[in-house]
Each structure stands twice: as structure tokens, then as C-alpha cells.
Design a protein around this ligand. Structure first.
Ligand code: NAD
Ligand code: UFG
Length: 349
């Protein structure tokens, strides 16, 4: 396997993964509409990999995954150049829980229908290896901690439903036995941090939904204070607990998933990517303050719709099957995330 199509590769997790894949020797075609990202992330990835120009080992095609003919052309052109696409890593999609509640059909269209189109085209071109960005959100408010892959799938918002539906669609396609599919559904927990260079990182459009970028933006002065969504949860300090995973660990998880699929028989492999350790909102604030020497002012407000109290991963399957585990700490996520924020106060703009 040499040539990889990376949909959504200009985004937060995609750009870090592109860097890891280039360093591992793969050639990449990024297919991205840039609706939630900038091509600058990829210029920085090239800079970090010591590659001079787009086109050398990484090219960018700007397009929407629902654009059947454009995506079809990408596969055709690669074949004609003697560099057929061997595998796809599929990041492209929408990821806002709150937007999915107000615009559910958009999530069905982009996340579910977009993946169906991609799968159709892959099959047309005898490309059967797919790594899909799933999410721990598909477990909903599971009571069983840490959550293992065998837990019930009970998403509690349309974003989660869209990810669970894609997993189901991929399972159905695999069990049809029509194609020798090799699929990994990577169930990410909470990706945070940035590359240690400070050159690439998370650049949310508008006001961030997620805790880490929000805390960072308070620290840099773009937001005045953090609103903590409830301190009356059934947890030791009353704030919700999550499994925050450094984005570079996550990026390396994709390389391990590709290696795993390459070495193994056709299958659908569903696996958690987390650290196995949970931290509360107060613990995150404290870690960030210690790492950055900045004070994070906050107020406690009502709970946010769709939140759960505790969510952290059982990571034994990833360790056993892919020999992957998270190596970086919450402290390094804070330090690296803050370096990115300080060097790029307005993101890629
Ligand atoms: P991101 O928004 O930074 O990256 C997604 C990329 O997909 C962006 O570059 C965007 O421009 C592109 N894109 C969106 N719709 C597209 C379309 N229709 N056609 C082509 N490109 C399109 O998000 P991310 O945090 O890097 O997430 C990557 C994937 O991981 C997503 O599928 C997301 O649902 C999933 N995920 C993210 C998290 C998280 O907290 N960041 C957690 C679990 C799962
Ligand atoms: N939080 C605040 N204030 C904020 C933002 C978040 O108190 O301004 C709290 C939330 O209530 C939650 C915790 O911080 O308790 C983490 O919230 P995030 O929004 O950072 O993360 P979530 O766990 O809600 O969800 C994220 C992604 C989902 C993904 C999921 C995977 O947004 O897309 O992780 O577990 F599916």
C-alpha cells in the first residue's frame, strides 16, 4: 500500500495524520471541500515534512465528497498516472453536535450519503481498504465505564446517529461478502492538543463548541470567560469527565490501523482510540493553567443539552490488535495546544 486518498485531510485530525503518513512514506491525495479548514494546514504539513511543493507527494483536490463525478475522476486519474489509490482514510464530514440537532438532514446527507458515495466509487475502482472516523459519541450515555467496543450503540444526537449509521452501512457492505472489504472504524474519544512545532493545530470556525479550543481562546483573550456547563453532575468534583487524547497519538493510530488492515484478512474492525483515563472539566482547567501559567476565568451555567456525565475508553483492543496506545499526557496536550494558539492567535487566517 502506497497511495492513500485522505478525505477531509486539511482539517484538524486529517492534517496531523497527513504529516504522520508522509513521514511513513505514503503518497497522499487530499480531497477536501475546505468548508471547515484551510489549505494552509497542508502547506504547513509540507513544510514540516521537508517537501517543497504540492504535487510532489501530497496533492489537494478541492471538492465535496457528494460530488460523484469529481471523486470518480480522482480515482481514474490516479490509476492513469500509474498510482492507483490503495486505501482511503475518510475524515470528511460535519462534526457539530449542536448543529446536528438543528439541521439533522445535513448530517445525514454529508456524513451518511457522502460515505455511501465514496464506498460506491471505491468499489468501482477495486479499492477495498477504508479507515473511517467514527466517534465515541455513538455510545451515548453508556453506564459501563470504561466503555468497550461491545457496549450498546445508543447515540443521543443526530451527529452520533450519523456516525452509528455509517458504521452499520459499512458492516452491511462487509457482510454482503460481495467485496473483500477491509474496514477500520476508529471511535475517537476527545482529540486535543497540536503538533509540538506549533505549526498545525485546531482552528475552529467561529466560537468553539469544544472545551479545549474554548479554554485556549480564553487564555489568548479572544473569549472573556469559560462557561462550565454544569457542576452538579454525578462525578467527584461535579463536572463531566472525558477522555482527552493528544491529536498526534490519534494521528499515529491511523498509521497503525492501515498497517493492521494490510496484514489481516478482510474484516470490519471497530476500535476505540482514547487514553483510557478520564479528566473532569476542573482538572482540564487546572492542567491548562499549570502548563501555560495563565488564569482561566469561568462561570458555572446550566447543563448543555446532549452532554453525558462520564466517558472514557477501554483501550485494550487497540493495544492488543494494533499495538497502539496513547503515549502523550494531558500536560503535553496543554503545552502543545497552547504553543499552537500563541503562534497562531487567529488560526490559519
Ligand atoms: P474538521 O472539521 O477539522 O475536519 C473535517 C474536514 O472535512 C474539514 O477539512 C472539512 O473542510 C472537510 N469536509 C467537511 N465536509 C466535507 C464534504 N462534504 N466534502 C469534503 N470535505 C468536507 O474535523 P476533525 O476534528 O478533524 O474531524 C475529522 C473527523 O473525525 C470527522 O469526521 C469528525 O466527525 C470525526 N470526529 C471528530 C472528533 C473531534 O472531536 N474533533 C471526535 C470524534 C470524531
Ligand atoms: N464544556 C464546558 N464548556 C464549554 C465546552 C465544553 O463546560 O465551553 C464541557 C462539556 O460540557 C463537556 C466537556 O467540557 O462536559 C467536554 O466537552 P467537548 O465539547 O469538548 O466534548 P464532548 O465530549 O461534548 O464531545 C466531543 C466532540 C464530539 C465527539 C466526542 C467524542 O464534540 O464530536 O467528543 O467523545 F463525538
Amino acid at each position: 500500500m502506497k497511495n492513500i486518498l485522505v478525505t477531509g485531510g486539511a482539517g484538524f485530525i486529517g492534517s496531523h495524520t497527513c504529516l504522520v503518513l508522509l513521514e511513513a512514506g505514503y503518497n497522499l491525495i487530499v480531497f477536501d471541500s475546505l468548508i471547515n479548514s484551510s489549505s494552509k494546514s497542508l502547506s504547513r504539513v509540507l513544510e514540516l515534512s521537508g517537501i517543497n511543493d504540492f504535487g510532489e507527494r501530497l496533492s489537494l483536490v478541492k471538492g465535496d465528497i457528494r460530488n460523484f463525478s469529481l471523486l470518480q475522476d480522482v480515482f481514474k486519474n490516479s490509476k492513469e498516472k500509474g498510482m492507483p489509490i490503495d486505501a482511503v482514510i475518510h475524515f470528511a464530514g460535519l462534526k457539530s453536535v449542536s448543529e446536528s440537532i438543528t439541521e439533522p438532514l445535513k448530517y445525514w446527507d454529508v456524513n451518511v450519503n457522502g460515505t455511501r458515495i465514496l464506498l460506491d466509487i471505491m468499489q468501482d475502482h477495486d479499492c477495498y481498504t477504508l479507515v473511517f472516523s467514527s466517534s465515541a459519541t455513538i455510545y451515548g450515555s453508556s453506564q459501563q465505564m470504561p466503555i468497550s467496543e461491545s457496549a450498546d450503540i445508543k447515540p443521543i444526537n443526530p451527529y452520533g446517529t450519523s456516525k452509528a449509521s455509517v458504521e452499520q452501512m459499512l458492516s452491511d457492505a462487509f457482510y454482503s461478502n460481495l467485496y473483500p472489504l477491509k474496514v477500520a472504524c476508529l471511535r475517537y474519544f476527545n482529540p486535543v492538543g497540536a503538533h509540538p512545532s506549533g505549526l498545525i493545530g485546531e482552528d475552529p470556525l467561529g466560537i468553539p463548541d469544544n472545551l479545549f479550543p474554548f479554554v485556549s481562546q480564553v487564555a489568548i483573550g479572544r473569549e472573556s470567560l469559560l462557561r462550565i456547563f454544569g457542576a452538579d453532575w454525578n462525578t467527584p468534583d461535579g463536572t463531566p469527565i472525558r477522555d482527552y487524547i493528544h491529536v498526534m497519538d490519534l494521528a499515529e493510530g491511523h498509521l497503525c490501523a492501515l498497517n493492521y488492515l494490510e496484514k489481516n484478512q478482510p474484516q470490519i474492525f471497530k476500535v476505540n482510540l482514547g487514553t483510557g483515563r478520564g479528566y473532569s472539566v476542573f482538572e482540564v482547567i487546572n492542567a491548562f493553567e499549570v502548563a501555560t501559567d495563565k488564569k482561566i476565568p469561568y462561570e458555572i451555567v446550566d447543563r448543555r443539552k446532549g452532554d453525558v456525565a462520564v466517558n472514557y475508553a477501554d483501550i485494550s483492543l487497540a493495544k492488543r490488535e494494533m499495538n497502539w496506545y496513547a503515549k502523550r499526557t494531558l500536560n503535553s496536550s496543554c503545552i502543545d495546544g497552547w504553543r499552537w494558539q500563541l503562534s497562531n492567535p487567529n488560526g490559519y487566517k
